[in-house]
Design a protein around this ligand. Structure first.
Ligand code: FES
Ligand code: CO
Length: 353
């Protein structure tokens, strides 16, 4: 699925950058192929416009934020408010501003410490903040660009079959190919996968898990939220709760911005944020190496697919089914550039969901 060619994907909220980056002035971002500029307004809320001045097309992200919280083009100073209307042309202060002097505006809001943008009319509201409400500490983990597809990162996040291979250097147990327990329940937002798995607990992770046992049995409650967000709740036997939010924000058809933050119900004294981030960085970099090697364009139409599957791919297959249904519901067909590489009949050996 080419994400930039599916208009319905513009109707979801995406985390695009940490709010504090906007303290340095207007910042560019590319979301679903759309070049946008974000800035922080006088009241501290983010605003987003197309990153193109309607005077002589300069990028507004090269501009500044004025004292009134409006964005000022860096070329000749035309000034825009959050609706995209030009509110000032400094060279002709006494003349009426032409009605056509405006640029497209997008919905923006701050949540979880990040700026979120929706390029269209939102289909679903932005997630609530239950862990903030409980007073758990929130730790920023990742904000970086990967050369892969958003669906690829999502299905990887629910794929227990890769632990023994990709994560053998951290928590994965060689030879363990199946969880002890696995359940998958569809929900209105996507699905929830629950898994019980025995995993390695090397000395570097003792403080993180709150136990020195070399192996720990962990309960995973993993939610997939359409289209590209997952929330993983990890319960350690010590009673520590470790909740990760991962956003695969689609930049274009080849790249994503991975934005991830973590909640813990313990304190900085119990386990420093730097230690948690060091460990999770090791784990996530193991995924990155593999995910940057796959085709970014993952097919969602499982009938026309060119990939073979196995039983443990069920979560990823369900994502494809739900995404395909979303496209159909909005009158879209899947845009793709993949070509069939297999001559095996599509039904052979495939576990359907
Ligand atoms: Fe923006 Fe001239 S190009 S003010
Ligand atoms: Co992984």
């Amino acid at each position: 699925m080419l994400v930039t060619k599916q208009p319905v994907l513009r109707r979801f909220w995406y985390a695009v950058m940490p709010m504090d980056r906007l303290d340095a002035g207007p910042q560019p971002f590319t979301l679903l192929g759309e070049n946008i500029v974000l800035w922080k307004q006088a009241d501290g809320t983010p605003a987003a416009l197309r990153d193109r001045c309607c005077h002589r097309t300069a990028k507004l992200s090269k501009g500044t934020v004025g004292a009134d919280g409006h964005i000022v083009c860096g070329y000749h100073g035309w000034t825009y408010d959050c609706t995209g209307a030009c509110v000032k042309i400094p060279q002709q202060p006494d003349m009426q501003i032409p009605a056509g002097a405006r640029v497209p505006a997008f919905k923006a809001q701050a949540r979880f410490g990040y700026a979120w943008v929706c390029l269209g009319e939102p289909l679903v509201p932005l997630l609530g903040t239950p862990e903030d409400d409980l007073g758990w500490r929130r730790i920023h983990q990742f904000d970086e660009t990967w050369k892969t597809g958003a669906l690829r990162l999502m299905e990887n996040s629910f794929d227990s079959a890769h632990f023994a291979f990709v994560h053998k250097g951290t928590f994965g147990q060689a030879g363990q190919h199946k969880p002890k327990h696995f359940a998958l329940d569809e929900t209105d937002y996507g699905f929830e996968a629950r898994m019980v798995l025995e995993i390695n607990n090397p000395p570097e992770s003792h403080q993180i898990t709150g136990t020195t046992d070399p192996l720990t049995t962990r309960t995973f409650s993993n939610q997939w939220h359409l289209p590209f967000l997952r929330k993983l709740g990890l319960g350690y036997p010590s009673g520590i709760q470790h909740v990760i939010y991962t956003c695969a924000t689609p930049i274009d058809d080849e790249r994503i911005q991975i934005i991830q933050w973590l909640y813990r119900n313990d304190s900085e004294e119990d386990c420093p944020a730097a230690l948690l981030n060091d460990w999770d960085t090791r784990v996530v970099l193991e995924d990155k190496v593999i995910l940057e090697s796959v085709n970014a364009d993952a097919p969602v139409d499982v009938v026309r697919r060119d990939e073979q599957s196995m039983a443990s791919d069920r979560p990823g297959m369900l994502m494809r089914k739900r995404l395909l249904a979303l496209l159909k519901e909005h009158g879209e067909t899947e845009a793709h550039r993949w070509t069939r590489i297999s001559v095996i009949p599509a039904k052979a050996g495939i576990q359907e969901v």
